[in-house]
Design a protein around this ligand. Structure first.
Ligand SMILES: [Fe+2]
Length: 433
């Protein structure tokens, strides 16, 4: 008989098979699950790697942006520097070169004030130019090498940023006391020329609350490099100018020395001329031009023979005509020197009269260059207040009275007024006074 639950029961056999299958499936499932979780782990790892890569890309992107920004800033600073350097080099006059450098230094670093100190022949550091209200005062302050922060920079040749000067023992409080300027922070760089420190540029108080940074330092160093060359050029130019002026002075003195009665005439006429120019409010360039023109005004007398020039008595008409050729002679001598061209009008026309009655051309009023109209007044005043072989010098008051009657005839009224103002201020010191 068949057992109900015998192994040979087809149902049981089926169940057993099913169970085995189930177990098999379970095993497979477990295996798959294990594979899936392994895949998940890998996926997580990949995700992490991906995130890391993304972060790296972001960092790189940021670095690129910073670099681009930095390059843009550098290009802008370079452009600024170039235009500022062009400004610095636009003049050969040391004063204006120095003050151009300071404006550039303030602009490029965003400083409130600045100064240049130059190493003097005696090895001291002298404030040459200072911007801001304290300018006039600081010029008198000088430092020894090694003294103060600027002295430190000059001695070591190293640039320096000081975030808080109150905490820096090197800071010389005396300078602030003299100027009333309150220094908070500063940046100082050396001015180097051929490996020699010739001075220091100092910028003071960064605009806003922050202090100067490395970028400011780099920019100012670059500016200092270009500035040192400009300063050197201006100094050489000034030395040449001085040589030029002293040569002309010597020439004028030699001319005056031919005649004992005109001794020192050119120098005095030059002083009077400059005093009048000052009263007329003429600029520095015009005054420089006038100085040489006045020194040279009678240079044409080298072409007038001694017998006429040194004649002890009054000149005959013929001799006077010869004497009258000196402005034209002077003009022809000087026009051969290109650099003297600006001085030709003063020399050629100093004997023209305002009403047109003078020589050599008989020019009238404004046709006569202003330089010549000024020299004319100075020249006559010195001639009247100097001894002549045939008369004594007039007293200044008498000379002025005589000249007064010539205003509008011989003299330009505007120039004569300026002369009188200068005289009354004691700026015109006649011969022998
Ligand atoms: Fe003259």
């Amino acid at each position: 008989m068949h057992s109900e639950f015998g192994a040979d029961d087809p149902d049981i056999a089926m169940m057993l098979r099913l169970q085995r299958k189930l177990e098999e499936l379970e095993r497979r499932l477990n295996k798959r699950e294990a594979e899936i979780s392994q895949l998940k782990r890998r996926l997580n790892e990949r995700e992490e790697q991906l995130q890391m890569l993304q972060r790296e890309v972001e960092t790189l992107e940021n670095q690129c942006l910073t670099l681009v920004e930095e390059s843009k800033r550098q290009i802008k600073q370079l452009q600024l520097l170039l235009s500022l350097t062009a400004g610095i080099n636009s003049s050969l006059e040391l004063r204006s070169v120095l003050s151009n450098i300071l404006s550039a230094a303030e602009e490029i670093t965003g400083a409130e004030a600045s100064s240049i100190l130059l190493v003097s022949d005696t090895g001291e550091l002298v404030f040459e130019v200072v911007t801001g209200e304290s300018g006039g005062v600081l010029k008198r302050v000088s430092l020894r090498l090694g003294e103060g922060i600027a002295g430190y920079v000059a001695e070591t040749g190293k640039p320096i940023i000081v975030d808080d000067v109150t905490k820096d023992k090197r800071h010389k409080r005396g300078v602030d006391e003299v100027t009333g300027f309150k220094t908070r922070n500063l940046l100082a760089v050396p001015l180097r020329l051929n490996d020699k420190v010739i001075g220091v540029i100092e910028v003071v108080n960064k605009r806003g609350e922050e202090s100067f940074d490395e970028a400011d330092l780099k920019d100012l160093m670059l500016l200092a490099e270009l500035s040192a060359i400009a300063i050197d050029k201006a100094r050489k130019h000034e030395a040449l100018q001085e040589l030029f002026i002293s040569s002309i002075r010597a020439l004028a003195a030699a001319l005056d020395a031919r005649d004992p009665y005109t001794h020192g005439h050119s120098e005095r006429v030059t002083q009077f001329t400059l005093a009048i120019a000052e009263e007329l409010g003429m600029d520095e360039e015009s005054k420089k031009r006038l100085e040489l023109s006045a020194l040279l005004h009678d240079i044409g007398k080298v072409g007038v023979e001694d017998a006429v020039l040194k004649k002890p008595g009054k000149l005959t008409e013929e001799e006077y005509e010869l004497m009258k050729t000196h402005p034209e002679k002077g003009y022809h001598i000087l026009r051969l020197v290109r650099q003297l061209e600006p001085h030709l009008p003063g020399v050629r026309y100093h004997h023209e009269h305002f009403d047109g009655s003078g020589y050599p051309l008989g020019l009238k009023g404004d046709e006569i260059p202003l330089d010549a109209r000024i020299i004319a007044v100075a020249d006559v005043f010195d001639a009247l207040t100097s001894n002549r072989p045939y008369r004594d010098a007039y007293k200044p008051e008498d000379a002025i009275k005589m000249m007064h009657s010539e205003v509008g005839k011989h003299f330009d009224p505007k120039v004569f007024d300026a002369f009188m103002r200068a005289y009354e201020k004691g700026k015109i010191k006649p011969h022998g006074s």
